[in-house]
Ligand binder design. Structure first.
Ligand SMILES: *Cc1c(COP(=O)(O)O)cnc(C)c1O
Length: 455
C-alpha cells in the first residue's frame, strides 16, 4: 500500500525514537506501524483513513466509544477553568464531587477515595495501606506484612504489583526485586490443577486456600484478587460463588480482601463492579482503566472508614499515609470520570448492555465447534478464546508458534484490532459497540481463526 509522505515520515520516526510497551522492538522495526489519528465510536482511524473496529477497547479502557460528545465537552469545560493543581495540601471541585459519586456507586461499606494515576499505583497504594493499617490498628499482633494471591494473577507492572502477580513470561525475570508472597492455584477450570470438573468439584480448590489462611493468617496483611475473572491470565473466569467464599474466608481469618477491579470495574462485567455480582464488599478496591471512559489516566484506591480511621492521630504519632503522586486528583481526569458516570446514567449503559452480553454469548457459541478452539470464557463484555493444537488432549500451541499473534494479524487486514495473550484471543469491545458491530467483530475473528489455523 502506498503511504502518504506524512505517514511514512511518522513511521520512520516511530522506529527511530520509540520503545513500545510489551513489544519486541526488533520485530516492530521490520513492520509498518499502524498509526492511529482519530477515533469515532467503536472505530479507530489511521493516518491513511483506514477504519478498524477497536476490539480491545484500547486495552480495556474505552466504554462509551471514541469521541463521545459528553466526554469531549467535559474535558473542554474543565480546561477552560484549570488543567491541574496539586492535591497535596489543596483540593478541587471535580476531585471532591467524583469521590462522593464513586462512594455512592461503590460496594456498600467503602467510604474513602485515595486518587492516583494508573492501575498499578492503585494496587501499590492498597498494599501499603494494608500493611500500615495492621501496624497501627493491632500493633501487638505481630507483623502482618505478607500477601496471598492467585497464580496467573496480574495486578500491574510496578514492583509491588509484580510481587503479587504471577505470570512467568512477564514476571520471572524480576524475581530478585520482588518481596515474597504466598500463592494459591486459581480456579482455571479448563485446565483444573486438581483435575476435577465444575460443578461436581464443589470448588475443592478453595480447600488449600483455607489451609493457607489457617496456617499463615498471622503474617497475612491481605488477599489480593481480580474479582470474577483473571483478565491478563487469558480471561480465566471464576465459577459463581468463588469470590463470595474468598470474602468469607478473609473475614473469618482477619485478612484484608483487596479487590483489583482495574479491568472489571465500570460495567465491564455487566454490573458497575464485579464485586456487585456476589454482594461482596472488599476492604480495599483498586479502580482505573474504565474510570474516565478511556480518556485520561486516572485511578483510585477505595477503602472503608475502619481502615481510614486507623491512620488518624496527632501529627507526631506519624500515622500519616506518606504516599502521593504529582498528578494526584488531577482536575481533567476527575472531570472526565464524572462525565463518564453521567453517561452511564443518561444512556442507561448497564441496561443497554444486558441484551448485548447475551448476544455476545450467542455469537461466540459457534466458535466452540472449531477444530482449534479449546475453551471460550466470557464474563460480561469481555471474552477469551483459548486456541489449542489438539482439542482432545488440550495440548497447547507452543508459544513460538505465535498463534494468537497470527490470528490478530489476519484480523487487522480485515479491519479489526485485537491483542491476544499468548494462545488466548481476547475480545473486549467498548460497551457502546452496537449489535451490528459486534457481529462483524466475531465474524472477522472466526474467519481469521480459520485462515490462521489451517494449512
Ligand atoms: C491493567 C491492569 C492493571 C494495571 O493497570 P495499569 O493502568 O496498566 O498500570 C492492574 N490490574 C488489572 C486487573 C489490570 O487489568
Amino acid at each position: 500500500m502506498a503511504h502518504k509522505p506524512a505517514t511514512r515520515q511518522l513511521a520512520d520516526w516511530d522506529r527511530q525514537y520509540l520503545w513500545h510497551p510489551f513489544t519486541q522492538m526488533q520485530e516492530w522495526e521490520q513492520e509498518q506501524p499502524l498509526i492511529i489519528e482519530r477515533g469515532k465510536g467503536a472505530y479507530l482511524i489511521d493516518t491513511e483513513g483506514n477504519r478498524y473496529l477497536d476490539g480491545t477497547s484500547s486495552i480495556w479502557v474505552n466504554l462509551h466509544g471514541h469521541g463521545h460528545p459528553t466526554l469531549n465537552r467535559a474535558l473542554t469545560q474543565q480546561l477552560g477553568k484549570i488543567a491541574h493543581s496539586t492535591f497535596l495540601g489543596l483540593s478541587n471541585p471535580p476531585a471532591i464531587e467524583l469521590a462522593r459519586a464513586l462512594i455512592r456507586i461503590a460496594p456498600k461499606g467503602l467510604a474513602r477515595v485515595f486518587y492516583s494515576d494508573n492501575g498499578s499505583t492503585a494496587i501499590e497504594i492498597a498494599l501499603k495501606m494494608a500493611v500500615q493499617y495492621w501496624q497501627q490498628q493491632h500493633p501487638g499482633a505481630g507483623p502482618k506484612n505478607t500477601f496471598l494471591h492467585l497464580k496467573l494473577a496480574y495486578h500491574g507492572d510496578t514492583i509491588g504489583a509484580v510481587s503479587v502477580g504471577n505470570i512467568d513470561l512477564f514476571h520471572s525475570r524480576f524475581k530478585p526485586l520482588l518481596f515474597p508472597t504466598l500463592e494459591a492455584e486459581p480456579p482455571y477450570c479448563y485446565r483444573c490443577p486438581l483435575k476435577l470438573e465444575y460443578p461436581s468439584c464443589r470448588m475443592a480448590c478453595l480447600d488449600p486456600i483455607e489451609q493457607l489462611l489457617k496456617t499463615h493468617h498471622r503474617e497475612l496483611a491481605g488477599f489480593v484478587i481480580e474479582p470474577l475473572i483473571q483478565a491478563a491470565a487469558g480471561m480465566v473466569a471464576h465459577p459463581p460463588g468463588y469470590l463470595r467464599r474468598i470474602r468469607d474466608l478473609c473475614t473469618q481469618y482477619r485478612v484484608l480482601l483487596i479487590a483489583d477491579e482495574v479491568a472489571t470495574g465500570f460495567g465491564r462485567t455487566g454490573k458497575m463492579f464485579a464485586c456487585n455480582h456476589e454482594d461482596v464488599t472488599p476492604d480495599l478496591m483498586a479502580i482505573s482503566k474504565g474510570m474516565t471512559g478511556g480518556y485520561m489516566p486516572l485511578a483510585a484506591t477505595l477503602t472503608t472508614e475502619e481502615i481510614y480511621n486507623a491512620f488518624l492521630g496527632k501529627y507526631e504519632e506519624f500515622k500519616t499515609f506518606f504516599h502521593g503522586h504529582s498528578y494526584t486528583g488531577n482536575q481533567l481526569g476527575c472531570a472526565l470520570a464524572l462525565a463518564n458516570l453521567e453517561v452511564f446514567q443518561k444512556e442507561r449503559t448497564l441496561a443497554q448492555l444486558r441484551p448485548k452480553i447475551a448476544a455476545f454469548s450467542r455469537l461466540l457459541r459457534p466458535l466452540a465447534n472449531m477444530e482449534h478452539v479449546g475453551d471460550i470464557r466470557q464474563q460480561g463484555f469481555m471474552a477469551g478464546i483459548e486456541l489449542v493444537k489438539n482439542r482432545k488432549s488440550k495440548e497447547p500451541y507452543p508459544l513460538e508458534a505465535r498463534i494468537g499473534h497470527r490470528v490478530a494479524t489476519a484480523a487487522r487486514t480485515r479491519g479489526l484490532i485485537i491483542r491476544p495473550i499468548g494462545n488466548v484471543l481476547v475480545l473486549v469491545p467498548p460497551l457502546a459497540t452496537s449489535l451490528v458491530e459486534l457481529r462483524q467483530i466475531i465474524g472477522v475473528l472466526k474467519l481469521s481463526i480459520e485462515t490462521s489455523t489451517t494449512g
